[in-house]
Ligand binder design. Structure first.
Ligand code: SPV
Ligand code: MG
Length: 433
């Protein structure tokens, strides 16, 4: 008699006794086909896995209880179930409530069509990959892990949209690390941090004109990265002298930084959000492409992303110039393109993305909505952007709050009037545990 087919879906990032238990029980029912969740499917409802799909697949494929491994591309089992028509679907009994409740009902309804059955085994208590991972994160496992560099690239590939926010200090980094909001679609948090040249300069009371030395910037990100786990994107201004670029890239990679963004301006740097850009100049395409080539050749790992930032709109050079540069920079090896703008609507960047999306040189797009802050993330995503960077908001928040406190104490000759508007010491002490 033909052996029955048993479908088991798992992410199997950290394989533990609970998985083995389920697979052993499933294998007693027939041939086990594991639907292994892809990175994309997992990141839809929880953190991107430590190990990528291929690393996880090799482990599962070699278990003797498993006959076959197929990718499961969504949280929804049905596309795979329709293809495989298993006699049984096996799962732990822990999905009757919570995020997977709906998925469970869909499975029951689908397999009924060919008289398939759902078999639920008791969930193995006191062990869960999610809890194991939380404890790794608490111990700053990732802050020492070379996998950290690759996180951003994997997130961009796996998720539709990646959210990055500026972190100018270790404390700001911790806030970014822990910020989480419950929404109807599930919990949301930030995917990564931005080391901004503007906020790193302002923090030191200096203009954003590359007067903060690279070694100071690197030390600053080191302190942030030591106590956080999210990927870091580095704002390198125009990358400095091309002869120095390989050393910059080496330092960043050694720190576990995930990406460098290099802008196509030359001369004494001025922040792009200034209205007056009279003396600012854009590099010529050939020179800048050379810089990108040097950058891509200097990196040790392809997981370290080189992102080219186009300043054509900032300098009034128009869309044709921006598109010409995007194609050339992409051809020269840039992994992604940041198209910058300082007008208060996303009009020009959307016009750009509409055309660039059709180019054979298309690379992922980054937006920095400082001036067009009314734009929702869903609209950026819909218009072909994959990464958003909130470039200066954490510093702006603390600057405002510190000014209010400083003035209130002077005005009232005591601190109690402002106490309600500042964090309690108890609240802050949670970080010194
Ligand atoms: C930064 O944050 O330093 C940036 C973005 O480069 S902008 O300030 O808009 O130029
Ligand atoms: Mg900058």
């Amino acid at each position: 008699m033909k052996k029955k087919t048993v479908y088991v879906c798992m992410s199997a990032d950290i394989l533990h006794a609970g998985h083995i238990n389920i697979l052993e029980r499933a294998s007693k029912l027939g041939n086990v086909v594991v639907g292994l969740m892809t990175d994309q499917a997992i990141s839809y409802y929880k953190k991107i896995p430590f190990l990528n799909y291929y690393q996880r697949e090799i482990v599962i494929r070699n278990l003797n209880m498993v006959q076959e491994v197929v990718p499961q591309n969504t949280m929804d089992y049905r596309p795979n179930l329709k293809n495989i028509k298993p006699n049984y679907v096996v799962h732990g009994d822990d999905w009757k409530n919570g995020v997977l409740k709906e998925t469970r009902s869909q499975v029951i309804k689908e397999i009924k069509k060919w008289s398939g059955k759902l078999v639920e085994f008791p969930y193995t208590k006191n062990i869960s990959s999610t809890n194991l991972k939380e404890s790794f994160f608490n111990k700053n496992f990732l802050s020492f892990n070379s996998n950290r560099t690759s996180l951003l690239k994997r997130m961009i590939e796996a998720k539709k949209f990646v959210k990055v926010i500026e972190a100018h200090s270790p404390l700001a980094g911790l806030i970014v690390e822990n910020a989480k909001v419950k929404k109807r679609s599930g919990d949301v948090d930030y995917d990564g941090m931005w080391s901004s040249s503007l906020t790193e300069s302002l923090l030191r009371g200096k203009p954003d004109n590359q007067s903060v030395e690279l070694s100071t910037r690197i030390n600053a990100i080191n302190e942030v990265m030591e106590i956080t786990t999210k990927p870091m994107v580095f704002d390198a201004d125009n990358g400095g002298r091309v002869e120095h670029l390989p050393f910059t890239i080496k330092s960043l990679e050694r720190q576990g930084v995930s990406a460098i963004i290099i802008e196509d301006k030359i001369g004494l740097k001025k922040n792009s959000l200034f209205k007056d850009q009279k003396n600012a100049k854009q590099d010529n395409i050939k020179n800048f492409c050379k810089k990108l080539e040097v950058a891509t050749k200097s990196r040790k790992s392809d997981d370290f992303l080189i992102i080219a930032r186009i300043e054509s709109f900032i300098l009034g050079n128009g869309i044709n110039d921006a598109l010409k540069r995007a194609n050339a920079y992409s051809k020269a090896g840039a992994d992604g393109i940041l198209i910058h703008s300082k007008i208060d609507t996303p009009k020009e960047i959307f016009k750009f993305s509409k055309i660039f999306r059709k180019s054979k040189f298309f690379k992922f797009l980054v937006a920095v909505p400082s001036s067009y802050s009314k734009t929702y993330e869903k609209d950026l995503a819909r218009n072909g952007f994959n990464v958003v960077i909130y470039a200066n908001h954490m510093l702006r928040a603390s600057y405002l709050a510190m000014n209010q406190v400083a003035e209130s104490i002077l005005k009232n000759s005591r601190s109690s009037n402002i106490e309600k508007k500042i964090s309690s010491i108890k609240d802050l002490l949670k970080y010194s545990l």
